[in-house]
Design a binder for this molecule. Structure first.
Ligand SMILES: [Zn+2]
Length: 91
């Protein structure tokens, strides 16, 4: 009985890890496309940064992008370790 329960939990665990990895991969591909200036959905160069939030220099930065052609909206958490040397200077 226990072995079935274990196998079931293992399948659930592996399944969710695979889904998560797939999600991260897709997210990364979308961010790559946006970084090049193209919308990942309609492939137009009408992507715009609409929001930029940061929890300071230590945490990741939240970047929100919107496509002006197809209405694609997505947010990305980006490691901002090297983005604190801007107007405020490095600390
Ligand atoms: Zn688009």
């Amino acid at each position: 009985m226990d072995i079935y329960l274990l196998a079931f939990l293992l399948i659930i665990l592996i399944g969710s890890v695979l889904v998560y990895v797939h999600y991260l991969k897709e997210k990364k591909e979308e961010l790559d496309s946006i970084r090049r200036g193209f919308c990942p959905r309609c492939k137009q160069d009408s992507i715009e940064l609409t929001d930029q939030r940061s929890g300071g220099c230590s945490g990741p930065q939240m970047l929100s992008y919107e496509c002006l052609s197809c209405g694609y909206v997505n947010s990305f958490a980006v490691d901002s370790s090297d983005s604190c040397c801007g107007s405020g200077g490095c600390k």
